[in-house]
Design a protein around this ligand. Structure first.
Ligand code: COA
Ligand code: AMP
Length: 632
C-alpha cells in the first residue's frame, strides 16, 4: 500500500503543518516560527522569518556529521577520458576557497554571479561558492549563442562571471571565451571581473584588468589559508536566477529562494526518489537546466547522496551502453533523464544488447521528465531495465515535481502516458477558459491553486508585474502552468502539450516566438511562422515557414540556409533549428491569425480539417505541397 493518499491528505488538511514538519530536516541558523506569510511578495513567502544557508546544508553539515570522506561527486567525462571522485570534505574545501576568491573580488551577498561553464566539478563548486556567501548565481547553458548570453548579462547584471575555456561536444570543442567576450561586447552591463578556468583542451585569451586565471586565484587563496564562512541569510533571499524561455525572445528570470527550495528538495529525495544518504543519485542532465540545479547539485547534496556529474551523451560517447556503464561504475540507485535520451539509446541499440555487458542491479527506479514520456519509450525502458519507469512532470518555474509517482512513499500503479498524481503542495485543477473546472477526463488548462508550495518561484527577477501577467492573471487565484491535459477517474494526470508557443526539443525548452523574432530580422523575410513538428528522437523539431518580401528573387535554398545560420548564431546550436521552408503565403483566419495548429497537423501528417474561419483554404494545400516537395 502506498502512503501517498495519506500524505497528500495530511498536506491538504494543514499545509503549514506539513511544511513545518518537512522543515525539520534542514539545519537553520534561525528555525522558522512563521511558516507562510500570504501578504509578502507576489503571492506570499514561505519561511519568512527563518535564516539558513544552502551551501551549509549541502556540504559543511555532512562533514560535521561524519560524512567528510564519503563521495559527494563522481565526475565522469567520457569526452575527456577523465574520472574523479570528490569527497564531501574536498568539495567543502574547494567551495570555501572559491567563495573567498569571490569575496576578494568584492562579491557580497545579493550580488549576481553568472556561471557559463561546462559539466565539470568547478561549475558545481562555483554554484555552491555563490550560495555560501549569499551571491545569487545564474547559470547559463553552454549551447546558447553570445546574443542570448548578452541578454542574460543585461538582465542579471552580474558583478563577476565565472567561465571555462571550453566545453566539449562530440567531435567539436566549443570555445566559451570568445563567445563570452562577444556577449560582453554586446551587453550594456559590463562585469567587473571574469574568472576563467583553463581546460587542457584549449587555452583562453585573457583580457588585461578584467580577466583572472581561476587556478592562480584559487592557489593563492589556498596558500594564504583563505576560506569564506557560510553567510547567515534570510530563507527568502534568492539563491539563484535561472533564465527560461518565455513567449517572446526575452527570457524569464525564474527566481528561487533559499529556504523553501532546500526544504522541498530534501523532502523529494526520500519521498519521490526513494534514496538514502550515502546512495548514488544520477541525473543525466546539464547544470544549465533546472533538472541540473535541483538534481545534479542541490537535491542529492542536501540529502548526503553522491551525485554523478556526467560530461557525455547517451550515445556516441562511446556508444549506447554509456548509461549502463555509469550505473555500474558508481552503483547508481536512482537514475533520472529525459525520454529523448532513451529514444536515442533505443534507436542505436533496439534490443538493448549492450546492457548485457553491465551489472545495473544497483538501480531501483528510472525517472523521466522534461517532456512527454511517450508510452512506447516507457514500455521499452521498463522491459529492458526490469525496474519501474517513473514519469514525472515539472517546470523550471516549480523547481521540483508537480506530479510524480512518489516511490519513497510506496509506488502507485503506473499508467503509461501519465506522470501519475499531484505531489503534496500542489492542488492541481483542470479548467476551461472561464476558469471553471472541467469534468473528469476532459482536456483543459492545468492550473495550480495558490499558494505554490515551497521551492517554486516567488517571482521573476525584478519583474513582479511580468510574474503576475504571465502566471497569475488569466486564472485568478491560480498559477497557470501553460500546459494542457486532463485528470482521469483515478486522479491520474495526463500532460498533453503547451498552451503557448513553447516547444520542447530533445528535452530543451524553446520559444518559437523567439525564433520568429530572429527570422523576421532577415532582410528578405516578410513574415514567418515557426512550429514544433514531430521528431522521432527529439520529440519535436522546430520548422520555420518563411514568406519572402515582394521582389526578392534569390534562390530559396540560399535564403533558407541563411535563416538556419541566423538562428544558430543568435540563439545557439541548442535551438536545433535546421528546417526552413519558403512558402508563398501563410494560412490565416479572416482576422489575420496564423493557423499554426492546422499547419502543425499537416506537417505531422495527422488528420486535419479546414478551419471554418480560414481566409483562403487553398493555402493549406500549398503548405502540404511545399512540405511534400521538401520531403522528396
Ligand atoms: N554546449 C554547446 N553546444 C551544445 C551543448 C552544450 N552544452 N549541448 C548541446 N549542444 C549542441 C549540440 O552539439 C548540437 O549541435 P549540432 O547542431 O552542431 O549537432 C545542438 O546543440 C543540439 O543539441 P541536442 O538537441 O542536445 O542534440 P544532440 O544531437 O547533441 O543530442 C540527444 C541528442 C537526444 C542525445 C541529446 O539531446 C540528449 O541527450 N538530450 C538529453 C536532454 C536533456 O538532458 N534535457 C534536460 C532536461 S532533463
Ligand atoms: P522546463 O521548464 O524546461 O523543465 O520545461 C517544462 C515543460 O516541459 C513543461 O511545462 C511541459 O510542457 C514539459 N514537460 C516537462 N516534464 C514533462 C512530463 N513529464 N510530461 C509532459 N511534459 C513535460
Amino acid at each position: 500500500m502506498s502512503g501517498y493518499r495519506q500524505t497528500y491528505d495530511e498536506w491538504r488538511a494543514d499545509p503549514q503543518a506539513f511544511w513545518a514538519e518537512a522543515a525539520r530536516e534542514i539545519s537553520w541558523t534561525r528555525p522558522p516560527e512563521k511558516i507562510f506569510d500570504p501578504h509578502a511578495g507576489v503571492y506570499g513567502h514561505w519561511f519568512p522569518d527563518a535564516r539558513c544557508n544552502a551551501c551549509y546544508n549541502a556540504l559543511d553539515r555532512h562533514v560535521e556529521a561524519g560524512r567528510g570522506d564519503q563521495p559527494a561527486l563522481f565526475y565522469d567525462s567520457p569526452v575527456t577520458g577523465t574520472k574523479r571522485t570528490i569527497t564531501y570534505r574536498e568539495l567543502t574545501d574547494e567551495t570555501a576557497t572559491l567563495a573567498a576568491v569571490l569575496a576578494d573580488l568584492m562579491v557580497v551577498a545579493g550580488d549576481r554571479v553568472l556561471i557559463y561553464m561546462p559539466m565539470i566539478p568547478e561549475a558545481i563548486v562555483a554554484m555552491l561558492a555563490c550560495a555560501r556567501i549569499g551571491a545569487v548565481h545564474s547559470v547559463v547553458f553552454g549551447g546558447f549563442a553570445a546574443k542570448e548570453l548578452a541578454t542574460r548579462i543585461d538582465d542579471a547584471e552580474p558583478r563577476v562571471i565565472l567561465t571555462a575555456s571550453c566545453g566539449i561536444e562530440p567531435g567539436r570543442i566549443v570555445e566559451y571565451k570568445p563567445l563570452l567576450d562577444l556577449a560582453i561586447g554586446l551587453s550594456k552591463h559590463k562585469p567587473a571581473s571574469c574568472v576563467v578556468f583553463q581546460r587542457p583542451q584549449i587555452s583562453a585569451n585573457m583580457k588585461d584588468g578584467r580577466d583572472h586565471d581561476w587556478n592562480s586565484l584559487v592557489e593563492a587563496a589556498k596558500a594564504a589559508g583563505k576560506r569564506a564562512p557560510c553567510a547567515d541569510l534570510a530563507a527568502t533571499d534568492p539563491l539563484y536566477i535561472l533564465y527560461t524561455s518565455g513567449t517572446t525572445g526575452v527570457p524569464k528570470g525564474v527566481v528561487r529562494d533559499i529556504g523553501g527550495y532546500i526544504v522541498a528538495l530534501k523532502w523529494t529525495m526520500s519521498a519521490i526518489y526513494n534514496v538514502k544518504p550515502g546512495d548514488t543519485y544520477w541525473a543525466a542532465s546539464d547544470i544549465g537546466w533546472v533538472v541540473g540545479h535541483s538534481y545534479i547539485v542541490y537535491g542529492p547534496l542536501l540529502h548526503g547522496c553522491a551525485s554523478v556529474l556526467y560530461e557525455g551523451k547517451p550515445i556516441g560517447t562511446p556508444d549506447a551502453g554509456a548509461f549502463w556503464r555509469v550505473i555500474e561504475d558508481y552503483n547508481v540507485a536512482a537514475f533520472f533523464t529525459a525520454p529523448t535520451a532513451f529514444r536515442a539509446v533505443r534507436k542505436e541499440d533496439p534490443q538493448a544488447a549492450l546492457l548485457k555487458k553491465y551489472d545495473i542491479q544497483s538501480m531501483h527506479t528510472l525517472f523521466l521528465a522534461g517532456e512527454r514520456a511517450d508510452p512506447d519509450t516507457v514500455a521499452w525502458a521498463e522491459k529492458a531495465l526490469g525496474v519501474p519507469v517513473v514519469d514525472h512532470w515539472w517546470q523550471t518555474e516549480t523547481g521540483w515535481a508537480i506530479a510524480a509517482n512518489p516511490v519513497g512513499l510506496g509506488i502507485l500503479p503506473i499508467k503509461l502516458g501519465s506522470p501519475t498524481v499531484p505531489m503534496p503542495g500542489y492542488a492541481v485543477e483542470i479548467v476551461d477558459e472561464a476558469s471553471h473546472p472541467v469534468p473528469v477526463g476532459e482536456m483543459g488548462s492545468i492550473v495550480v491553486k495558490l499558494p505554490l508550495p515551497p521551492g517554486c518561484l516567488p517571482t521573476l527577477y525584478r519583474q513582479d508585474d511580468r510574474m503576475r501577467e504571465s502566471y497569475l492573471k488569466e486564472f485568478p487565484g491560480h498559477y497557470k502552468t501553460a500546459d494542457a491535459g486532463f485528470i482521469d477517474e483515478d486522479g491520474y494526470l495526463y500532460i498533453m502539450g503547451r498552451t503557448d508557443d513553447i516547444i520542447n526539443v530533445a528535452g530543451h525548452r524553446l520559444s518559437t516566438g523567439g525564433m520568429e523574432e530572429v527570422i523576421a530580422s532577415h532582410p528578405d523575410v516578410a513574415e514567418c511562422a515557426v512550429l514544433g513538428v514531430k521528431d522521432e528522437i527529439k520529440g519535436e523539431q522546430p520548422c520555420g515557414f518563411l514568406v519572402l518580401k515582394a521582389g526578392v528573387n534569390r534562390p530559396y535554398e540560399e535564403i533558407e540556409k541563411e535563416v538556419v545560420k541566423l538562428v544558430r548564431d543568435r540563439i545557439g546550436p541548442v535551438a536545433a533549428f535546421k528546417m526552413a521552408l519558403v512558402v508563398s503565403r501563410l494560412p490565416k483566419t479572416r482576422s489575420g491569425k496564423i493557423l499554426r495548429g492546422t499547419m502543425k497537423k499537416i506537417a505531422d501528417q495527422d488528420p486535419w480539417t479546414t478551419p471554418a474561419t480560414i481566409e483562403d483554404p487553398k493555402v493549406l494545400d500549398e503548405i502540404r505541397e511545399a512540405l511534400e516537395a521538401r520531403a522528396g
